[in-house]
Design a protein around this ligand. Structure first.
Ligand code: CU
Length: 129
């Protein structure tokens, strides 16, 4: 049991590192939800934009130096998915290059691997206008 957990954890770390080089791999990795973490797309969410800042906090404090990956799909239309590994642009703020193809409801998660912490997911539901 312990060994399995260690192997899964190692695979996860490798996958996250790989994302930095090729965001097309997506971040379809399962991590537990931890309510201490928050993730929010900053600013209006619409069809015009091609990048977003994601503010990442834990217990309200910005998390610096984390690996972050966003995956979202239109609700009820899994094929209409977007995913990108994020790059930190300011302390606790990460930029993802994604553009939504259709207005309406989208959902997914932000995967966060803070330095020295086990990866977690923050579920996200948004409305694209
Ligand atoms: Cu759609």
């Amino acid at each position: 049991m312990l060994l399995l957990a260690a192997v899964a954890s190692a695979a996860f770390a490798v996958a996250i590192v790989a994302l930095g080089d090729d965001a097309r791999l997506g971040c379809a990795l399962n991590a537990p939800v931890d309510p201490a973490y928050q993730a929010e797309l900053v600013g209006p969410i619409d069809l015009e934009r091609t990048s977003y800042q994601v503010a990442i906090t834990r217990d309200g404090k910005p998390i610096e130096g984390a690996k972050v990956c966003a995956t979202l799909a239109m609700t009820g239309m899994e094929a209409m998915g977007v995913s990108d590994a994020a790059a930190e642009t300011a302390p606790g703020t990460y930029e993802v290059q994604i553009s939504f193809q259709m207005s309406g409801r989208w959902e997914g998660n932000i995967l966060i691997a803070a330095s020295g912490e086990r990866p977690v997911e923050v579920p996200l539901k948004i409305v694209v206008s």
